[in-house]
Ligand binder design. Structure first.
Ligand code: MG
Length: 209
């Protein structure tokens, strides 16, 4: 673990701050609400999720391929509203930590997450994430997804930060490992208490310097 000064914090969103936007659990809940067959849906989802999360297709195109390829007794806006309703605060304690760190103005804070554009925009707006983060290195804007190394390289290039002075926080092992291979400091978030302790070990705090 580095002892040097940390200047930049790159945060995942789903599973760290908010619930996942459209992962297994969220998909299962919405499919059940509309009585859709999960097996048929999941197969179609796999075919179009990657281009959707990379911003190559819209939510309408995604849903035309996965849900509305046949007549339904519900509308696309109803389905989208149910998708959005899956996004709620997961760890208020982590959001509070983000708020305090942002208010301290000691660190450059950005999001680095995998999310499709429409859900990402909804989440940024609904949870006021622009108050905390100066940039959003989201797969839908970057055209790349974690754990592809290029999404991390591009974020480092844009921020012009030293990877050793950067911490990437994510709940998934494969994402943390990918960042770590590029020399970025990493924390795999398991619990808010563990995250707080690990940030402290890196010397990251909202206290005045
Ligand atoms: Mg996550």
């Amino acid at each position: 673990m580095a002892t040097g000064k940390i200047s930049t914090l790159l945060w995942d969103c789903g599973g760290v701050l908010l619930t996942n936007g459209w992962d297994h659990r969220e998909r299962a809940a919405v499919l059940s609400k509309f009585s859709l067959d999960p097996k048929a849906f999941e197969q179609r989802h796999l075919e179009v999720n990657d281009p959707w999360e990379k911003g190559e297709i819209s939510i309408e195109q995604y849903l035309e391929r996965t849900v509305f390829y046949t007549a339904r007794d519900f509308s696309m806006p109803q389905f989208v509203a149910a998708m959005q309703a899956q996004s709620v605060i997961l760890y208020a304690e982590n959001l509070r930590a983000v708020e305090e760190l942002a208010a301290s103005k000691k660190y450059r804070m950005a999001l680095l997450n995998n999310e499709a554009r429409e859900l990402n925009d909804y989440r940024i707006q609904t949870f006021g994430l622009k108050r905390y983060f100066f940039s959003f290195f989201s797969s839908c804007y970057m055209g790349q997804r974690k754990p592809e190394p290029d999404i991390f390289r591009r974020a480092l290039d844009i921020v012009q930060c030293d990877p050793a002075a950067t911490i990437f926080i994510d709940d998934r092992k494969e994402n943390v490992e990918a960042a770590s291979r590029l020399g970025i400091q990493t924390i795999q978030m398991q619990t808010p208490a563990q995250l707080r302790d690990e940030l402290r070990r890196f010397g990251v705090s909202a206290e005045p310097a």
